[in-house]
Ligand binder design. Sequence first.
Ligand code: PMP
Length: 410
Amino acid sequence: MTLENDKQLRHRAEKVIPNGMYGHQSVLLLPPETPQFFSKAKGAYLWDPDGNRYIDYLCGYGPQLLGYGHEEVDEAYIRQLKQIDVATGPTPLMVDLAEAWVGLVDHADWAMFCKNGTDATTIALMTARAYRGRKKVLIAQGAYHGAANWCTPFPDGTVPDDRAHLISYTYNDVASLEAAVEEAGDDLAAIFASPFKHDVLTEQQLPDPAYAKRARALCDEKDALLIVDEIRAGLRIARDASWSLIGVKPDLTSWGKSLANGHPISALLGNDKAKEAAGKIYVTGSFWFAGAAMAASMVTLKLIRESNYLEHMIAMGDRLRAGLNEIAERRGIEISQTGPSQMPLIMFPDGAGGFNMEIGYEFTTGLMRRGVYFHPWHNMFISAAMTADDIDLTLTAADEAITSLSHIAV
Ligand code: PMP
């Protein structure tokens, strides 16, 4: 396996792109043999500029739900692109799509469309503050809600005032949530939550129904809004908002990544209670109303309703999880696999309550060399394009990669 072309591109990028790359798609914090660039994608596979093929367990960090280059979705996108895309006003598709989303997601009475997940979470934050003219917003410690001033994980370029009215609490911890609500006093605008705890570098946690229900009750008591950020998990947990599975209806949900199977569109969905506030704030973008991604989203939503994509993803995730557990047990290595199996986070406990990143990086490198793209500390994504053969190839590669870890003390 050579990465010569990728290396040359990286050298060129360093000269004309800050750090050579930025944000979550920079590979600076990943093992050195991780390719930075990709030249081709189809179904479950990615090819780097050197022609190496990978079964891709990152799925573009989420957007690929049905697989890369899905024919039906892409045909709709291209057809619409040729007819009308970005224009002086939206196309009729915007109304169709808002109706389709409101029809799919039970808590929703209205929809607003934008481009990136951060657009949707920022509109949610503004809507919640406009709702009763309050300032305080509760955010779980370690949760990622995007890269705007109020939520970007690194402080450079922001000022403390950007987060002056954010209060943090511990996910799944009712007492900590109650204490944060108490601290907000009469000024509570919203509680933000992720569908499950999917922070990096730490075990994922499914939502404790007691926590989700308490968040709902506290918002009702204080007349504040409950916001669930579905950008990463949405459509991979349910054909509805993720907390529909535990009987909790948010007021607002932010969606992105997968709603047009890789085409650029995100959304904020809300209930009638939040509609007037959403109508008061001024938010917009030159590309937010573009038709082509909306056409792609219409087809994606149809496939979500009519295909078994979700059951298939869960079956493939379960197959991977069971196979990796079997290998780890046979090879005598401890493995941590957390979160829903269709959004797995795989790390290696260090025996002292943390994780052994050296093993994680070696394992990921071993897989990479064998044509499997894994991430050592971010949750991954199963796509509906993955087959049992892809999972079995992955397991064969994982068995070999784990065997070659034996030089590291485990
Ligand atoms: N919220 C969550 C939960 C996310 O995972 C992400 C993206 N990783 C965002 C918000 C921001 O989305 P985007 O990168 O499209 O702005």
